[in-house]
Design a protein around this ligand. Sequence first.
Ligand code: SF4
Ligand code: SF4
Length: 541
Amino acid sequence: MRRDVKVTKKLNIKDIGTHSDQLTQVSIDDLMPLPPPYDRLEDQPGWKGLTGAQRDKFDASLDGFIAVGFPKPATSEEEEKLVESFLSGLQKLLSKENNWTFLQQLTLSLEHCAKCQTCNDACPIYEASGQNDLYRPTYRSEVLRRIIAKYIEPGGKFFGWLKHGDIDLNWQTVSRLLELSYRCTLCRRCAQTCPIGVDNGLITHELRKIFSMEMGIAPKEIHEKGSVLQLAVGSSTGMNSLAVKDNIEFIDDDMSELTGIPVKTVWDKEGADVLLLHNAGEILAWPENPGAFAIILEAAGISWTLSSDLAAYDAINYGLWYDDAQFARVALKHVEAAKKLKVKKIVVGECGHAHKALMIIADRLLTGDNAIPRESALVLLRDIVMSGKLQLDPSRNDFPVTLHDPCNMVRLMGIVEPQREILRKIAPQFREMTPHGVNNYCCGGGSGFAIMSPFNFQDWRLSISGRMKLKQIVEAFADCPRPEINKYVCAPCSNCKGQIRDLFRYYGVWDKQRIMYGGIAELIVNAMTNVKHPFIQWEFR
Ligand code: SF4
Ligand code: SF4
């Protein structure tokens, strides 16, 4: 950090519009303490500073971290254009014609906050940061309210400040709001706590939409390398349909060898009962998960298939986090594939945001003959495990297991019990985290963060947004902390697994404590008596 930077944890709303080198700073010694063996300050991983060239080119004046990387405007005309396009996007966001999907929820949340600040304590980012004002759930909402009152509402220039307080909208306000919209995981823990039901996560989501849909600004990882690549090639992993089939063939071979039973994935089977949509990241990073699904579905006698159609072998829909149009394009591809194959239903694999995207948010889009039934894989797996169709021996899973609740599936969809019913049946040392279920904390990788590591953002997401999750996991195994005992965090979501993997690497969790992470399908196969044991390999990747 430059020596002339003046920073503080205590901020006023107005400060966001005050020109300065940096609005606030979080230091490692401000952060929420971690339990042993991660409690010593000298053992905290150091943070990567930005280079002088990066600071000169990009605006890092929010908190010294960069998630999006927006180049500073070079001229006063560019500065004005930035403000104008932001205001134009904001106008559209507040019009029914342009924002029929979310306008009502947005307006209700903007108009009804009592400013009681009850929601602060619910936010893992605010708490983990050492209660830095910038990360209060309400900070960005209060900024937006002031901008609307002053710059959008009639007479606002003269009297707008009377409503919520004054604010100056300049290029740095806009640029800081852009970065600030990527300091929240959209976990909605704050909304759950609010006595009025104000949804600050939704307000953050809507802000991201202005930047993407009006101004063409979004993080590369979720836009260019995410939804754009998925729609162009077929998957955000870059796999086209030939590549994905090749990869699945390798997985089938590996799984057959590992389990001693023949595994053969079915492609493009017309009339199947189930079209299974995996997050394609599983196929490359955690192949044992799609492999386990194939084993379980075959053993249960389910008629199932994957689709090799464009975008239909990748359940991801990153549009959910930042852009309604990209969201709709991907959701329609998923449904078109299901209609083409005439399947009875779509089942979404272990991917939280894909669950919420296709099962909840797409509801208003998928009407008429697009309204194909959609179901969670957790429900299907629970039904299979409870049906008695699989021969299961829980003693094969006799090691400590805890469960991570992905926000999208659990808090935001209410899928709470199916995964627990499975674990109670197959994992004798299952223990809950505190808190858990709908009160659980986000992994810290929600809303796209798990795949975002530009500039120095990885340090922020692993030190701050993932901090509460690491604490919860370590505390869940407080009775067996030593590395002599293998332990398993069941995280039935691809993005959560990515974040937990990165957290474990960052803090050396595998070496210090032998805590592994993985999905729920793998635990089921690990308990199947007709499968060579063990299925779970206990190798940290
Ligand atoms: S969002 Fe709700 S909890 Fe938070 S300050 Fe406003 S009224 Fe209070
Ligand atoms: S949605 Fe989650 S991360 Fe965002 S402000 Fe609310 S509690 Fe914090």
